[in-house]
Design a protein around this ligand. Structure first.
Ligand SMILES: [Zn+2]
Length: 291
């Protein structure tokens, strides 16, 4: 390695180390479960979960004790609905605090048995901050046939959701059931669960519930349109591309975009850092920056 190259390597190392120290500073500090569950943020999320539970029940998207809602409180904890309670009757004390393994840390009731599905979504898609699972009748009608409604007919559905994935059937509440969504969770914010219902993720609980509304409304409208007795009128390809370009600018997922690539995590040790410095130097070399 030439002296010039060594000098550049030192400089690059300093820059990378400075960037990493900034990233490390942003790592969250540990908060005890008792502090977390009594925090201002937890109060807000519980109120939002209760409001969304009532909306799901009033819209007839849940029946009996069916459906469940969760939200990430921070990097360590999740708030979720309990098992065996109507989503229309939730009270603040009913909401459970769990860790990312599903262990209950606070709350008067047992957590929903379908929390594993929610945790799988959080584990495989860091953009997911809230998850809503429910059984809206028309969307679940499609789930019973193992098929998704077709695309290309309704602008709002294309913009907010796009192609809907269909996860294969597994027994609800089992680890196998949770794993069924893995192949779809990066590129789909809304997934049909075969022979069961739907699950949606978003940045907030309210937005995840909106996705359930949009899917259910589209499924209803599509079935009505088929009874009109006239062929469905597709959105033209140029107009569809216009819509997808706007969606891409917002950074929303859509299976029609190129696959989402997880950004590399910061290097964990000096060996990784050396490797990263070498890669940066190689890239600079390729651009003739070191000559
Ligand atoms: Zn269910």
């Amino acid at each position: 390695m030439s002296p010039v190259r060594e000098l550049d390597a030192t400089q690059v190392r300093e820059v990378v180390e400075a960037a990493l120290s900034v990233l490390r500073e942003r790592e969250p500090v540990h908060v005890s479960p008792s502090v977390a569950v009594n925090s201002f943020e937890a109060d807000g999320l519980r109120a939002e979960i209760i409001a969304v539970g009532r909306k799901l029940w009033e819209r007839k998207y849940v029946d009996g004790a069916g459906g469940n809602i969760s939200a990430r409180l921070n990097s360590e904890y999740v708030l979720c609905t309990p098992t065996m309670l109507s989503k229309g009757d939730l009270q603040p004390a009913d909401i459970c605090l769990t860790d990312l393994e599903g262990n209950i840390l606070a709350g008067d009731r047992l957590r929903t048995s379908e929390l594993l599905l929610h945790l799988e979504i959080y584990r495989f898609n860091p953009r997911a901050r809230a998850v809503v699972h429910c059984h809206p009748p028309h969307a679940t009608g499609f789930a019973l046939t193992g098929s998704a409604p077709p695309n290309g007919y309704m602008s709002e559905f294309e913009f907010f959701i796009g192609p809907v994935a269909v996860a294969p059937y597994e027994t609800p509440g089992t680890p196998g059931f949770a794993e069924t969504i893995r192949p779809f969770v990066h590129d789909h914010n809304t997934i049909l669960l075969a022979n069961h219902g739907i699950v949606c993720w978003s940045d907030t609980v309210t937005h995840a519930e909106w996705l359930a509304e949009i899917l259910e409304t589209y499924c209803t409208m599509y079935l009505i349109a088929q009874q009109v007795g006239r062929p469905l009128l597709p959105i033209s390809e140029p107009k569809m591309q216009e819509l997808l370009a706007a969606k891409r600018r917002l950074g929303w997922p859509d299976a029609r975009f190129s696959p989402f690539v997880e950004p590399p995590s910061p290097p964990a040790n000096p060996t990784d850092l050396d490797h990263l410095v070498e890669r940066v130097l190689a890239r600079l070399d390729a651009r003739d920056c070191l000559r």
